[in-house]
Design a protein around this ligand. Structure first.
Ligand code: SF4
Ligand code: SF4
Length: 454
């Protein structure tokens, strides 16, 4: 036996042990997540990992060369895969330019009624939208009984929740108390952070408001055509979780019920904080579903809650895009942390493209990020996306449920997300592993059992 043999033995055996433990963890995690195929694949690989673990102790001396070759492969691959992030050139963050006109977003265009002055004026100004908008108006529509994924309980339940969200619009803004609190902004901020989390928020951050956070012109209801005054200096952004189980059945009806539920949760948290701040003597406005004056994902990004990915949603570190966002703008000078840009999300999105593969509306580009208005980013085709929603009757969410970042917040997936963040060369293989275990074309799960109806 050569003198280097014990180290080689150790390296091969330890690698086998790590792989065995990882596969056992993968197996258990997959079973708890009802991912039976992933569990079967992990179990199938277990004997190979186990064989690697015991190989150095059972191999005949004349085959020791195999152990040396395996050791070399493990060392070279290990060094390559786990070169830490600081050794790579990082990308520069793209800063958006200009303001978005809310009248041009799909939800605002949906509210236009043919034959009205507003309708005629809009399409005179934006004739390029007329053809696509006429197409979605011919479709069944969101929550329609004649849509593809109609559900006799989930659709009326979602409608009921959205009505309650609408009733919260009365509380987004209000009179500011003339008596200003003597408490410091830092103390108020730390109270808000903990209170929001107690109320169900996953993460909370603060940022200064920038021009590009605001819509230029209101597009919905009474705000239609009214210029939006960017009159608040700071904002609070927070996220609430979309249930993994409910998202897994997307684009079936569970997704819209979960969206409605989390819009309501975000709406309650945002309106109560805005009302609280006005009571303390600071101007404040909540931005909630159907009543935004800001582009919420951009505000949340600048508050360090995540990054914007290929599908155009906020990608958070532990829940990926499986969140809804709430925003409160205010003139309280909140303590703002400097921006902590994480370029790993965009780099991973470059390699992944899984949302694009799975999008039933063909709305997500599979191309590299492009320069749009001098900003390098992806832009989804919101006309195609909205068109699909109006066929499905739900807000789809297929991109959300196929995204590798959307896996639940547990040891296994957090380990993978941490490795993706810190080791750039691992990212390509992480995509391949996700494809292997969950499929490139991911499976849509059945609706939860309690959705059973006649
Ligand atoms: S919501 Fe559905 S249609 Fe829209 S981009 Fe995502 S996957 Fe595509
Ligand atoms: S599915 Fe992949 S490409 Fe799409 S947003 Fe998620 S990580 Fe990025």
């Amino acid at each position: 036996m050569s003198s280097t043999m014990p180290i080689s033995q150790l390296i091969v055996s330890a690698t086998g042990l790590i792989l065995t433990l990882t596969l056992v963890l993968m197996c258990i995690t997959s079973l708890t997540e009802n991912q039976k195929k992933a569990a079967i694949k992990a179990t199938t690989l277990l004997p190979i990992a186990f064989a690697l673990m015991i190989l150095p102790f059972s191999i005949n001396e004349s085959y020791i060369w195999m152990i040396h070759i395996l050791t070399s492969i493990i060392i070279i691959s290990g060094i390559y895969l786990f070169i830490p992030r600081p050794f790579f050139k990082s990308n520069q963050e793209s800063i958006p330019k200009g303001k978005l006109d809310e009248r041009t977003i799909m939800f605002a265009r949906k509210e236009l009624t043919p034959g009205t002055d507003r309708y005629n004026e809009y399409y005179k100004e934006f004739p390029e939208h007329l053809k696509d908008d006429e197409a979605f108006r011919r479709l069944p529509g969101l929550l329609s009984p004649s849509s593809k994924f109609y559900h006799p309980f989930a659709f009326p339940a979602s409608g009921a929740i959205f009505n309650i969200v609408d009733s919260l619009h009365a509380f987004v803004d209000g009179k500011t108390s003339e008596a200003k609190t003597k408490q410091s902004p830092d103390k108020i901020a730390s109270f808000i952070k903990e209170w929001a989390k107690k109320s169900g928020a996953l993460s909370v951050g603060f940022t200064e408001m920038k021009d590009y956070h605001w819509y230029s012109t209101g597009g919905r209801g009474d705000r239609y055509g009214v210029p939006i005054e960017a009159n608040h200096t700071h904002s609070i952004a927070f996220t609430v979780e979309m249930s993994h189980q409910m998202v897994q059945s997307a684009p079936k009806s569970s997704i819209i019920l979960e969206s409605a539920t989390q819009y309501l949760n975000a709406g309650i948290i945002a309106t109560q904080i805005a009302e609280f701040l006005r009571g303390l003597g600071f101007e404040s406005r909540a931005h909630i579903d159907g009543n935004y004056q800001v582009v919420a994902p951009l505000v949340a990004r600048d508050a360090n809650l995540g990054e914007i990915g290929r599908m155009g949603l906020l990608m958070t570190p532990k829940y990926g895009p499986r969140v809804r966002i709430g925003v409160i703008t205010t003139n309280l000078p909140l303590p703002v942390e400097s921006r902590n840009y994480d370029d790993s999300v965009e780099d991973f999105c470059e390699k992944c493209q899984k949302c694009s593969t799975n999008c039933p509306g063909n709305a997500i580009s599979d191309q590299p990020a492009q320069s749009l208005n001098d900003v390098i980013r992806w832009q989804i085709d919101s006309d195609k996306c909205f068109n699909y929603w109006n066929q499905a009757g739900t807000d789809c969410g297929r991109c959300m449920n196929s995204c590798p970042y959307s896996h639940p917040n547990n040891l296994m997936h957090n380990l993978v997300r941490w490795t993706i963040r810190n080791f750039p060369n691992f990212r390509y293989w992480a995509v391949k592993m996700d494809d292997f275990f969950y499929g490139r074309k991911t499976r849509t799960q059945k609706l939860p059992q309690w959705f059973d109806a006649n």
